[in-house]
Each structure stands twice: as structure tokens, then as C-alpha cells.
Design a protein around this ligand. Sequence first.
Ligand code: NDP
Length: 278
Amino acid sequence: MSRPLQFAVFGHPIAHSLSPHIHRAFAQQFGIDLAYRTIDAEPLAFADAVKHFFGEGEGRGANVTLPHKAAAFALADERTQAATRAGTANVLTRLPDGRLSAHNTDGAALVRDLTDRHDLDLRGHDALLLGAGGAARAVAWSLFEAGVQTLTIVNRSPDAADALADAIGEPSRVHTRYWEDLSNIGSFDLIVNATSAGTLGQSFTLPFTLAASRAVCYDLGYGKAAISFLAWARTAGARYVYDGLGMLVEQAADAFQLWHGKRPETEPVYQSLRTQSP
Ligand code: NDP
């Protein structure tokens, strides 16, 4: 009997990752026989773990999550434009010649969740992006290309926000502000929390003035990690409040398509996860 195709997600910690469930559910839609497991690697052990998985382990593809996305980008042999713009990779793929290709599906996944699942037309929106880490960098480019009118990037450490805005290089539409000035920079139609504060069990206080009356507020985190920001958004009067569960399923779908050449249906998988994580 032939061995199933080998896939994995690398992270630290990783035990509670939903990725194995999502990829197995996608595979069932096409009758694909795959093995998808979690690999917990400490930062110093990541490069060797990847080498082993794609070498002796005969791995075909891997997802990568915190804290390894920058390392995954760095160790790849080739990188897509999306990965290069983000400076991080959440997908590694073994090419037929054995080299590794790095890709980043986070930005496209967020935009698809907002526009396709939540039916939002991003054009004309004044958007505020909180954070300038790996996910924020991917998301900033995608929001910009999806046509937001303006994108204001605010990060606790201002240099990272400035570097991101400079990289996009459209000063009339994309600019930065200081975190300390959040209470006097006006209001926004779309507010995206791309910080890892919730995931790290931390929280921050935001002024209610940030949310315009029809604001859409989106936290890249989900479950417990998103509770604090989404509670703030509801109290601030946001019209629509979303967590990052849909983005998680969409980024997995992009990886699945890259590896298997087939586009899975995301809605049934999203709905089944949603009933378990209201
Ligand atoms: P990074 O570590 O690369 O970046 C973290 C960002 O959060 C930085 O901008 C950092 O600011 C900021 N930050 C951390 N703690 C605080 C705090 N207490 N107050 C304010 N800002 C803070 O992480 P990623 O960009 O990879 O991930 C960010 C989040 O997005 C994570 O929670 C992750 O789980 C989630 N995510 C969800 C996805 C999904 O599919 N739903 C996909 C990808 C990510 P500074 O620069 O000052 O340190």
C-alpha cells in the first residue's frame, strides 16, 4: 500500500492548531489520501526539523505559524512576491527538483474573507491597521490592492509601521501614525487588529472614537485571542465585528490549492468550525 502524501504545520506551541482538521476536511472533498500532522519545533530546531520533514520525511508541503514565519521565509530557495512583500512565509512547498518555495497566503485570505464571505466592498474605505508584524505586512499590501481609499498603519514600535508604509510607497493613500496618538486621529470604516496581543494573553485600551458609525472591525485572532478586541469593537458601536476564523480557513484553502491543484469549498469547513468556536 502506498504511503499517503505527507503534510504538516510547524509552530511552537502548535498542539491546538486547527490546520490538520481543515486540511483533512478539504482532502475528503476530493478523496485525497493525505497525512497532515503538527510539528512542534523550538526556534533553534526549526531549520533542522524542516530539512528532515522535506528530506527523509518525504514532506510535500508545510504550513508555518508563530514563531517561525520569518525563518521559513529565510530558509526557502525561492519566494513568491506575496512572501517577499511580507518578509514571512506561512506556506513551504517542495518543488519537483527538491528545492523549497516560500509563499504567504495571509493577505489574500483576509481580503477574501471580508469580500466573499462577509460581502464587503473595500473600495472607498478608510482603513486602520493595528500592528506591523509578519501578518500585518501581508495584510497591508492586500488591503491596499483591494482598493481601500486610505490605509493608516499604527504599531507599538513606530519604525516597523514606517518601514511597511515606505515599502508600499503610496504616501497619498498609505501612511503611519503613532500609537500614542490613536485618540486624535479620527475614525475609520475598517479597523483590522493584526497585533499578537490577544494571542499572547495581553490586551490594550483603544479609544472608542476610532470606530465610525458603520465600521467593520476585524481581529486576525480567533477564539479567546479575539475576545478583548471584539468586545471593544461592539462597545464602540461597530456595525460588523469579525474574528479571524474565516481568514484561517481561506489561507488553508490557498495552500491546499497550491499543493493539490484543486480549490476546496471553504464554507462547510468554516461553518463546522464556527459551531465549535462561536
Ligand atoms: P508578529 O510577531 O510578526 O507581530 C506581532 C505584532 O503585534 C507586532 O506588530 C507587535 O508590535 C504587535 N504587538 C504584540 N503585542 C502587542 C501589545 N501588547 N500591544 C500592541 N501591539 C502588540 O506576529 P504575526 O504578525 O505573525 O501575527 C499577528 C497575529 O495575527 C497573531 O495573533 C496571529 O495568531 C494572527 N494571525 C492570524 C491568522 C489567521 O489566519 N487568522 C494568520 C496570521 C496571523 P511591535 O512591533 O511593537 O512588537
